[in-house]
Design a protein around this ligand. Structure first.
Ligand code: NI
Length: 171
């Protein structure tokens, strides 16, 4: 089921999520809804709190960006184990419609998480999928991509976003 994506500054986007204890039918349903919602919005990643569920769950599917082969992941209680290298990339976010900002991230990451079956996994990602992972991991901590900017860059991005929102509201 496609759910509504919360738009910044919704408070759910600025609060850390809680770890999942048990992967039950509710969590499995949440994961299905997250994939449905992400695909309809043509996104490449989604965090559970973006659809109003404060749990540490993210989904990634890089198919819209034509990664070959696409990276498709369900990550529950994900942690960054190691990050290497630096890369700057212009990111978008489904919770900030119309805004894109350049953010610095690790180029390669090693992560640990539980998969949808509750099995512990360790995964290495590089390039675009690594960027998506770090963006979604921030969401789960209540951090958005504008929080990765400092000083005037952050102020400019928020000003631009306010303008976009005003335009959208005018229709
Ligand atoms: Ni986002």
């Amino acid at each position: 089921m496609v759910r509504e994506i919360l738009i910044y500054p919704h408070e759910m986007l600025t609060k850390p999520t809680q770890e999942v204890d048990v992967i039950d039918n509710e969590v499995r349903g949440l994961i299905r809804d997250m994939f449905d919602t992400m695909r309809e919005a043509e996104g490449v990643g989604l965090a559970a709190n973006q659809i109003g569920v404060p749990l540490s769950v993210m989904v990634i599917d890089t198919t819209p960006k034509e990664e070959v082969p696409p990276v498709k992941l369900v990550l529950i209680n994900p942690k960054l184990v190691k990050g290497e290298g630096k890369v700057k990339f212009k990111e978008g976010c489904l919770s900030f419609p119309g805004l894109s900002v350049e953010v610095e991230r690790f180029e390669r990451v090693k992560l640990s998480a539980l998969n949808e079956h509750g099995e512990p996994v360790e995964i290495e990602l590089e390039g675009f999928p690594a960027i998506v992972f770090q963006h979604e991991l921030d969401h789960l901590k209540g951090i958005t991509f504008v929080d990765r900017l400092k000083g005037w860059r952050r102020r400019m991005a928020l000003e631009k976003y306010k303008k976009i929102l005003r335009e959208v509201q005018k229709g």
